[in-house]
Design a protein around this ligand. Structure first.
Ligand code: NAI
Ligand code: PYR
Length: 374
């Protein structure tokens, strides 16, 4: 198969979808790998390293998209890339289609085979390709939140850990999955007071044990949210309904009750965000805006700011799936690997993931029914 690795064009996105060792695995298995020039430079990989691993370096991204049978990316194709998608091409990347229905329609029109990292699902409903990025974003959410709370960044001038005689910051984390737990670990390490909410009581029990009772755990509902949002210095949104649009849990009325200079970091912005007053995505270069006196941060590619770490963490878990799709072709790969089949979002014009189909308001067709036709 011919595999293409374009350079990411999202603002401040410096990750790359394959590292030289992954390219070598693919070329040694008889595949051609086309890498756009400088695609890896932001993550510290030169064209020469890719060349030595067997890649062909393409000067033109357009020519690469035209020739590749499978495009492997990090972030979703942006409008400038829509016309590059080829009929029937396999696209493997983070897609987050619930937040970009326009892209969902393009992928359907192009009859692409669109596989989303974030819905590839393992045993016990785990999301093994999302998990390492969530581990990074969770750590970053607290780290960035601590910085934004400083008055120079517009925050209320509160030090996360406080000092003897002065209380620490109150960090409220909504969603106790991978982002929530990793954000909690860093916040506790900094000495903050953490309240974490989830709708899964078993999960809350696990988190309570994990942190040896050093956090406040709460069942998430509108009643408890109204109360905790008021006292948060730093509020972190970390909810996920896999494939679906993030539920709007924090209303504008709740935000109005927050303390001046409090900070909201909505990590779930990639799925549309959980905070009503977040009406736009922000970037690493211009990460915040203020509304009702509260700083809002809504960067959908947080790991993009630590591209070296994030590229290794991502490709550690993605490369095996790239190899499987290349070796078997998508039909056999989906048939033989349920995890990969769960990643299929749009195939030959059909929406084959039920939560994604619902989120973008399209009819759902089971994947096996679509595959029988081809
Ligand atoms: N902005 C960025 O750069 C990044 C964003 N993310 C996003 O962060 C979000 C969270 O990801 P993970 O922690 O990996 O997901 P996860 O699936 O591990 O955890 C989500 C948690 O939300 C809980 N939940 C569901 N409904 C809830 C509600 N109404 N109230 C409170 N909790 C609720 C679930 O029970 C679960 O424990 C996702 O949208 C993910 O895509 C992840 C990495 C990077
Ligand atoms: C998960 C995601 O959207 C990211 O790593 O950018």
């Amino acid at each position: 198969m011919i595999i293409g690795v374009p350079k990411e064009i999202k603002e401040d996105e410096k990750r790359v979808s394959l590292v030289p060792s992954g390219v070598q695995m693919l070329t040694q298995s008889g595949h051609r790998v086309l890498v756009e020039n400088d695609a890896g430079v932001g993550a510290g990989f030169s064209d020469e390293e890719y060349r030595q691993a067997g890649a062909e370096i393409f000067e033109s991204g357009q020519a690469l998209w035209q020739e590749a049978q499978m495009i492997v990316k990090v972030k979703e194709p942006l409008p400038g890339e829509y016309q590059l998608i080829q009929d029937g091409q396999i696209i493997l990347t983070f897609l987050h289609l619930a937040a970009v229905p326009q892209l969902a329609r393009v992928l359907a029109e192009k009859k692409a085979v669109a596989v989303a990292y974030e819905t590839i699902e393992g045993p016990n409903r785990s999301l093994p390709l999302l998990e390492p990025m969530s581990e990074i974003a969770g750590r970053m959410a607290t780290q960035i939140g601590a910085r934004l709370l400083e008055s120079t960044f517009g925050g209320r001038g509160v030090l996360m850990g406080g000092v003897p005689g002065v209380p620490p910051a109150d960090v409220v984390i909504i969603g106790g999955g991978t982002v929530g737990v990793t954000a909690t670990r860093v916040a506790i390490g900094m000495g903050a007071q953490v309240t974490i909410l989830d709708i899964n009581s078993q999960r809350l029990r696990e988190i309570y044990r994990l942190f040896d009772g050093r956090i406040v755990s709460l069942m998430s509902n509108s009643y408890s949210l109204e109360r905790v949002v008021q006292y948060a210095d730093l509020l972190i949104g970390a909810v996920l309904l896999p494939g679906g649009r993030a539920p709007r849990l924090v209303t504008e009325e709740m935000v109005k009750t927050m303390k001046p200079g409090a900070v909201i970091i909505d990590v779930a912005i990639d799925q549309g965000g959980i905070v009503e007053t977040i009406d736009r995505v922000t970037t690493h270069s211009s990460p915040t805006y203020s509304k009702h006196g509260v700083l809002h941060y809504a960067v959908p590619n947080m790991p993009g700011a630590v591209p070296r770490t994030a590229t290794f963490a991502l490709t550690n878990v993605t490369t095996g799936f790239v190899l499987e799709l290349a070796n078997k072709g998508y039909k056999a790969a989906f048939a033989e690997n349920e995890m990969l089949a769960a990643g299929a979002n749009v195939v030959h014009g059909h929406f084959v993931h039920p939560a994604v189909a619902e989120a973008v308001n399209m009819d759902y067709t089971p994947l096996n029914r679509v595959l029988q036709q081809f």
